[in-house]
Design a protein around this ligand. Structure first.
Ligand code: PLP
Length: 380
């Protein structure tokens, strides 16, 4: 089998059978002509199947070291499909440091359908087991978490999930398949917002699920088609194109991330920096064990934790653009409390350590000195 750097460019991809085109064509069609009723080339209607999407699904499966890939119109559409595996009365145990949109769909949508969610810190696994009862069906984690960069031990979670016959879902958006492959660590389902590192250029919204089990693939494919939250072929093509440079982009995100993290830590006006590469990060050893690098996501708090000071930095950067999202080639700066995590109630947010003045960076792949100079002039 080829190594990841080769798979990122070639996995799932072969010259287009009708023309030999080396790049997967955008099959911009809603339906396919049949020779006789039921006699066709495997494609009937584009909600169910599209050749551009098929190529991407196969590529995603390969680079996550899974068997099946499924594409959705957004990361949250993928999350929605996974939650629809559950029935009223079922319970889910999830980390308390979760992407705001995931928290919102769980609490504002699926709780209305009778599914119960428990949110807990997972630095230590004992809290998970204490929440398990006969109705528990799923453990849902994100690691590294957003925006506090906590690390959860995927293998340890998988052992608990297996022991209690639960599904373990890992949101692998922050790490990307370049840094971490949860299926090889025992997860059942990997979910991605491909809007972020996989797409990599801030030009597409897309979601993906990767599984090994044929049974899960069948159930999720049914939901994908029955509920219909599928991406268009052009969006699939953009993600395919993004994936081809994932390794070179991630390498640079990691290098720049490391330098910016140390720059911030040494800055006299910075109180605390959250970055998983620091040796004194509480779960640095777990990160080292389950990841191949530390990525370009960093959060920090200024000395004094004054919201006004943070606001000055947020609107003072020139290269770091103030915007939601992450994982693109360009650097972004954000304020989780009012932006990505605005849908989490303040008490809940503060309780979980997400300060009002916390600033989050998605370090891009620009020249790192320019990035540090930009932060320096904004922090002052
Ligand atoms: C952005 C994001 C999502 C949601 O994905 P969309 O593509 O925006 O729907 C889910 N999880 C994480 C960790 C994210 O960063």
């Amino acid at each position: 089998m080829y190594k990841l750097d080769t798979q990122l460019i070639h996995a799932g991809i072969s010259p287009d059978p009708s023309t030999g085109a080396i790049m997967t064509p955008i099959y911009q069609t809603s339906t396919y002509v049949q020779e006789a009723p039921g006699v066709h080339k495997g494609y009937e209607y584009a909600r169910t199947q599209n050749p551009t999407r098929t190529v991407l699904q196969n590529a995603l499966a390969a680079i996550e070291q899974g068997k099946h890939g499924l594409c959705f119109g957004s990361g949250l559409a993928a999350t929605d499909a996974i939650a629809k595996l559950l029935n009223p009365g079922d319970e889910v145990i999830s980390t308390n440091d979760l992407y705001g949109g995931t928290y919102r769909i769980f609490t504002k949508v699926f709780e209305r359908y009778g599914i119960k969610f428990h949110f807990t810190g997972m630095a230590d696994m004992s809290t998970i087991e204490s929440l398990i009862n006969v109705n528990t069906k799923m453990i849902w984690i994100e690691t590294p978490t957003n925006p506090l960069l906590n690390i959860i031990d995927i293998e340890a979670c998988a052992a608990i999930a297996k022991k209690h016959n639960l599904l373990l879902v890992v949101d692998n958006t922050f790490a990307s398949p370049y840094l971490q492959n949860p299926l090889t660590l025992g997860a059942d389902i990997v979910v991605h917002s491909a809007t972020k590192y996989l797409g990599g250029h801030s030009d597409v919204v897309h979601g993906a699920i990767i599984v090994n089990s044929d049974e899960l693939n069948e159930k999720l494919s049914f939901i994908q088609n029955a509920c219909g939250a599928v991406p268009g072929p052009h969006d699939c093509w953009l993600v395919l194109r993004g994936i081809k440079t994932l390794h070179v982009r991630m390498q640079r995100h990691c290098e720049n991330g490391e330098k910016v993290a140390h720059f911030l830590r040494n800055h006299p006006k910075v109180e605390k920096v959250y970055w998983i590469g620091f040796e004194d990060h509480p779960n640095h050893d777990v990160a080292k064990k389950q990841m191949r690098g530390f990525g370009g996501m960093i959060s920090f708090i200024l000395k004094g934790d004054v919201l006004e000071d943070a606001m000055k930095v947020l609107s003072g950067t020139k290269l770091f653009a103030l915007a939601e999202s992450l994982g693109g080639v360009e650097s972004l700066i954000g304020h989780p409390a009012s932006m990505t995590h605005g849908s989490i109630p303040r008490e809940e947010r503060i309780k979980n350590g997400l300060a009002d003045s916390l600033i989050r960076l998605s370090v891009g792949i620009e020249d790192v000195q320019d990035l540090m100079d930009d932060l320096q002039q904004a922090i002052g």
